[in-house]
Each structure stands twice: as C-alpha cells, then as structure tokens.
Write a protein that binds this ligand. Structure first.
Ligand SMILES: [Zn+2]
Length: 286
C-alpha cells in the first residue's frame, strides 16, 4: 500500500520544523513507571494503547530547517536496536531531504535509541557532511571508567556508544548549557537520565523546548514527575531536572517536544494539583 507519508510540520520563529520518526520501540511497563503499583502500571500501558505490560515508545526526531542549515536532533537507532526502528533516513527522504544534506546533528545523549543510527550497515557515516554537537560530560562518561564499571548487561550499550562517538570524533563540537548551536537554538543542560543529557531550546514567540528523555513519558513524567523513567542513570538528579524543566516550561509558556511521546510528541503543559498534565497538539493545528 502506498500510503502518503504525512509528518507533523510547523513553523517556530525562524525555523521550519518537521517531526520525523525512527519508528517505535516496545518497552515493558516497568520502564515507563518503575515505582508504580501493578494497577497503576497497567493503566499507563493501556493509555499508551499497549497490552500485556508492553507499550510502544515513539522516536520523534525533529528536522529543523533554516536558510543556512538542515539540523537533526539525534539519529535514532538504525537497524541495531529493535527491528521496528531504523526508519529515520527513509522518512527524511520522504520529505525531500537526503542524508548528505544534513549540516548539523545535536546528540542529546549516547543511548542506543538516540545514537545507534549513526552508521550505515557498511560502517560508513549515515550523515557524512554534518557537524556533531554533544556535551563533554556525555562524551567523557561513555568513553571513561564509569562506563566500564556499568553492569555486564549494559556493556553492549557502552560498546555501541563508543563505536558511534569514535566515528564522529573529528567532526565534533563540545557544547554546554547556554551555548547556541546557531542563533536562536540553545543547549539546555538536563542531566540525570545520563550524565551529559541535554535538551534544546528553540526561540520563537514562546520557547520550544525539545526535552528528549528529561521528560521521557507524555503521561508519567507529568502526572508523576517524581517517578523515575526506568533508564534514568541517576534517578534523584533526573527527578530534580524533570521538575525544574517542567516548571520552566510553565513559567515561559513553552511548547514542548518529547522524543518518546505519542507522535508527534508536541504539546503544552499545565499544572494539575501538585503535578502536571501535558496537552498534546492536535494534527489539525499543524
Ligand atoms: Zn530514549
């Protein structure tokens, strides 16, 4: 069936943004809500249209186009993590952009679902003309002794991060909190999920904050901001970061874009008692 591919696209300030997808990843309920009771977890899974304690996390990857640049935030998992992923390049092509057109890639953090799409199956760089941006904290973590000391079960993640980071070592620019990648597109340090995890703030009438895994779930991260996400490396720091990020979004009336949220992963937040609710944009608004 040749169904036309329709991606959520919108203008934000000077930027044309299209939310692409690398495809979904199936995750157990314990990843979305480790601290939940069985009933609470079943409710979260059901609200994500999951079943049998498994639900899909999406991989929403913003393509940001300006008059000078074609920018991606993260590169998805390629064909290396789960077979349902690896669709980013095909989806990029579907909106008329070739991998070689991409000029800048911001790497939020070096976990498989965000970085393993770096290389094609033949080992060549998928985006050969891009400059890459990552924090030194993230680089140092995966390249250093702390990653060596991680559990045996996650050593394949360490090996994968090293493979992909080494492949871009001569095309890297280290960034930190407040740095502009281009005017109007700023790094916001949001550590906790990983050591050097970053979000991105895009200037417009109100800010657009691309939160990545600092708010990993469109349900749990807002309604239970003190619960962790199963892959948070430092759950206490991730919790502090998540609260601060959501409070900032409220204060600034920001639009949010989440990597793993139900597609297209764009919404606004409101206060709901002691916690929050995410109000997704509708397709009709695009
Ligand atoms: Zn992730």
């Amino acid at each position: 069936m040749n169904k036309p591919v329709a991606f959520h696209a919108f203008k934000h300030g000077l930027f044309d943004i299209t939310v692409l997808s690398d495809g979904p990843i199936a995750l157990a309920g314990e990843i979305f809500a480790p601290e939940a009771s069985d009933n609470q977890r079943a409710d979260v899974v059901a609200r994500m249209d999951g079943a049998d304690n498994i639900a899909d996390a999406q991989s929403n990857i913003p393509l940001i186009v300006t008059s000078n640049d074609v920018i991606l935030v993260d590169v998805g998992a390629g064909s290396r993590f789960q077979p349902s992923e690896g669709k980013l390049e095909r989806n990029l092509n579907a909106v008329g952009v070739n991998a070689g057109d991409v000029t800048k890639i911001i790497i939020s953090h070096a976990r498989p679902d965000h970085i393993w799409g770096m290389l094609r199956d033949d080992g060549s760089l998928r985006f050969p003309n891009a400059r890459y941006y990552i924090t030194r904290a993230e680089w140092d973590f995966w390249m250093g002794e702390k990653a060596d000391a991680l559990l045996e079960a996650v050593q394949p993640f360490v090996a994968g991060a090293r493979r992909d980071l080494q492949a871009i070592a001569d095309r890297l620019t280290f960034v930190e909190d407040g740095d502009e990648v281009i005017p109007g597109l700023r790094i916001l340090s949001t550590p906790g999920h990983t050591a050097g995890h970053i979000s991105i703030v895009v200037d417009g009438d109100v800010p657009l904050i691309i939160t990545i895994d600092a708010t990993a779930s469109h349900i749990v991260s807002f309604e239970r901001p003190d619960w962790s996400f199963g892959f948070d490396m430092d759950p206490a720091l991730a919790r502090t970061t998540r609260r601060a990020l959501i409070e900032q979004a409220l204060r600034e009336n920001a639009v949010l874009l989440g990597y793993h949220w139900a597609y297209p992963g764009v919404g606004t937040v409101r206060k709901d008692g002691d916690s929050f609710k995410l109000r997704p944009v509708t397709e009709a608004q695009s």
